[in-house]
Design a binder for this molecule. Structure first.
Ligand SMILES: NC(=O)c1ccc[n+]([C@@H]2O[C@H](COP(=O)([O-])OP(=O)(O)OC[C@H]3O[C@@H](n4cnc5c(N)ncnc54)[C@H](OP(=O)(O)O)[C@@H]3O)[C@@H](O)[C@H]2O)c1
Length: 179
């Protein structure tokens, strides 16, 4: 029998909640990292039973690696990792822990500033690295940041098209971003 695909969403109870629900609808088991139990409620209320698995931990502490180990042990290695964390060293270590015999995809969500200045990140050989930059929207009377729906829909689109880089909204001219 084919194994159920396993996704990890780091910081998945906020603007990426819609992507967690999409992955659950696509029949992934979705392990989600976040610190607040109540924020998992919407995810669990709106998804099929046994599709969302809260990893209730802070990704800035070493406990996160125990949760990752446990999730891999219970549901297998991650086929897809979606990350919204500024903690690149934790993300590197999680990807390293997931390194096995098969390839996996990492969708790395970044703010617009990182389009111009970013920290380096080490990616293991079996990881297919995809970048998503969150830009802004120009309107008649200025500009605004993206809504949760715009962010979630843009990420879902990239998961489906599997492009290497996506910008959601606009990044140029950077001076026009909301202040
Ligand atoms: N370009 C744009 O338009 C743009 C870019 C970035 C953000 N935004 C907006 O700004 C708002 C706030 O952004 P946000 O960064 O707070 O995103 P968010 O997606 O609303 O929240 C961050 C997510 O990460 C989790 N998280 C945060 N720190 C954590 C930690 N140390 N350990 C484990 N989990 C952690 C949060 O849950 P817990 O707090 O429960 O841990 C939550 O799931 C967003 O709602 C979005 O609309 C817009």
């Amino acid at each position: 029998m084919k194994r159920t695909r396993h996704a990890l969403v780091i910081g998945g109870t906020g603007m990426l909640a819609g992507v967690c629900l999409y992955l659950a609808r696509e029949d992934f088991s979705v392990s989600v990292i976040g610190r607040t139990l109540s924020k998992f409620k919407r995810l669990q209320d709106e998804s099929r039973p046994n599709s969302i698995f809260p990893l209730l931990t802070d990704y800035d502490t070493d406990y996160v690696y125990d949760y990752i180990n446990e999730a891999i042990k219970e549901r297998g290695p991650f086929d897809l990792i979606l990350s919204w964390t500024p903690n690149y060293s934790a993300l590197e270590r999680i990807c390293e822990m997931n390194q096995g015999e098969t390839s996996f995809r990492l969708f790395h969500v970044k703010g617009s500033r990182r389009y111009f200045e970013d920290e380096p990140i080490g990616i293991p050989s079996l990881c297919q690295y995809r970048k998503i930059y969150l830009g802004f929207v120009m309107e008649e009377n200025g500009s605004r940041w993206l809504t949760h729906d715009e962010i979630a829909n843009g990420v879902i689109k990239q998961i489906e098209t599997d492009e290497t880089v996506r910008i959601i909204g606009k990044i140029h001219p950077y001076e026009a971003r909301p202040k």
